[in-house]
Design a protein around this ligand. Structure first.
Ligand code: HEM
Ligand SMILES: *[C@@H]1O[C@H](CO)[C@@H](O)[C@H](O)[C@H]1NC(C)=O
Ligand SMILES: *[C@@H]1O[C@H](CO)[C@@H](O)[C@H](O)[C@H]1NC(C)=O
Ligand SMILES: *[C@@H]1O[C@H](CO)[C@@H](O)[C@H](O)[C@H]1NC(C)=O
Ligand SMILES: *[C@@H]1O[C@H](CO)[C@@H](O)[C@H](O)[C@H]1NC(C)=O
Ligand SMILES: *[C@@H]1O[C@H](CO)[C@@H](O)[C@H](O)[C@H]1NC(C)=O
Length: 341
């Protein structure tokens, strides 16, 4: 009887939690990395107190209509931060004399819908704040944070106050910032070490691959001419339905179990040798990262805490603050010369 009661209670608690945001596994304050100088958690409290609510409620509707917007926005923030810091340079469109970062090969699968959502948020925030108060870099940060939450991931707070940069990174720099999907753990660790991230950050942030899609060409070297020895044979057969030969133009879900939910199933994929990219599966093959993969696969709250920690860390890479840079009035173009805020 007592046993039955307690299991009924458990069911009750679990179902309440899934209804109430309050019960969401949130990182506790102690889990946050140090805050970069010039950023703060209440940055827009006076200048635009509704900023965070506006971003959240816009994305709630937009992601309900298009669940692919969530991975799109998360990847956009990642691509911004990995190249010369989180300065919204990824959003600048080409000019007569320079190519944009969006022209470099790693931009592939940056979704146009994500760029459109940023422009819509820019307009909504400007209406509410009486002008360009919230930077484009902060819009990217908030949009990624809310995307994670809105498809089932952790609730966490992000420090704000980033400023927008004026320089577009050169194509070679963009290419160099992103390790190819064929990378081994040595190459992945070297790439993230350059921007102050470690092995735990790499394993946790790669968990973003619980969402979204990849083109066949990012992994078809694992299928042809023969199946990669670290890939489960049934998974390979499944992938060949989407990618029947080398260099086809199809895409497939990255997380085969729950492609549209932010959860820890990506790590279960890796344990089952059903990771999509080489750069995913090697995290389980390599002794330096395997332990954490195993841990996240069995402990979703632990993954959520570590993911939130590493996202906040990533969101503070080489940020500009204070009077550096500007607040762009159009996220795609620099403010007119001399007209910076
Ligand atoms: C550092 C190692 C990483 C590598 C090698 C990598 C590689 C890739 C590749 C090849 C794709 C598919 C692109 C295509 O269609 O061909 C992809 C998609 C994606 N990546 Fe990563 N990634 C890495 C880290 C990250 C991080 C740190 C995040 C975010 C925190 C992230 C978030 C995403 C998302 C959300 C998608 C799906 C995009 C969409 O569906 O629109 N990735 N990644
Ligand atoms: C990404 O780069 C490709 C190749 O240069 C280009 O065709 C595409 O339009 C770019 N994507 C975005 C979203 O700008
Ligand atoms: C990892 O990849 C790099 C090139 O990206 C290569 O030079 C190195 O030999 C590889 N290491 C191992 C252990 O396979
Ligand atoms: C693309 O993949 C889907 C399954 O994801 C499959 O049904 C379809 O046949 C594939 N298209 C081509 C041209 O291979
Ligand atoms: C696939 O495309 C790559 C790059 O364009 C090329 O080098 C390779 O020969 C192609 N492979 C096949 C089998 O078509
Ligand atoms: C922002 O700039 C882009 C690129 O020049 C332009 O296409 C777009 O219309 C501008 N948006 C607004 C709201 O002016």
């Amino acid at each position: 009887m007592a046993r039955k009661m307690s299991s009924t209670l458990q069911v009750l608690v679990v179902s309440c939690c899934s209804l109430l945001l309050l019960c969401a596994p949130a990182a506790s304050a102690g889990d946050y990395p140090p805050t970069a100088k010039g950023l703060s958690y209440g940055f827009y409290q006076r200048s635009c107190p509704k900023a965070e609510t506006i971003v959240r409620s816009f994305l709630k509707k937009a992601i309900r209509n298009d669940v692919g917007l969530a991975p799109g926005l998360i990847r956009l923030h990642f691509h911004d931060c990995f190249v010369q810091g989180c300065d919204a340079s990824v959003l600048l469109t080409r000019t007569a004399t320079e190519a944009s970062e969006l022209d470099a090969p790693p931009n592939e699968t940056i979704r146009p819908s994500a760029l459109m959502a940023v422009a819509q948020l820019r307009a909504l925030l400007d209406d509410a704040c009486g002008g360009a108060v919230v930077s484009c870099a902060d819009i990217l940060t908030l949009a990624a944070r809310d995307s994670v939450r809105l498809v089932g991931g952790p609730e966490y707070r992000v420090p704000l106050g980033r400023r927008d940069g004026a320089t577009i990174a050169a194509r070679e720099r963009v290419v160099a910032a992103f390790p190819p999907p064929s990378s081994n753990v040595t190459a992945l660790l070297a790439a993230v070490a350059k921007i102050g991230l470690d092995a735990a950050d790499l394993v946790a942030l790669s968990g973003a691959h619980t969402l979204g899609v990849s083109r066949c060409i990012s992994f078809d070297d694992r299928l042809f001419p023969q199946v990669d020895a670290t890939m489960d044979a049934r998974f390979a057969a499944h992938l060949r339905l989407s990618c029947p030969a080398k260099n086809t133009t199809n895409t497939t879900d990255i997380d085969v179990r729950t492609p549209n939910a932010f959860d820890n199933k990506y790590y279960v994929d890796l344990l089952s040798r059903q990771g999509l990219l080489t750069s995913d599966q090697v995290l389980f093959s390599d002794g330096r990262t395997r332990g954490l993969v195993g841990r996240f696969a069995v402990d979703q709250p632990e993954f959520f805490r570590r993911f939130a920690f590493s996202m906040v860390k990533m969101s503070q890479i080489q940020v500009m603050t204070g009077v550096q840079g500007e607040i762009r009035t159009n996220c795609s173009v620099r403010n007119a010369a001399g007209g910076g805020t």
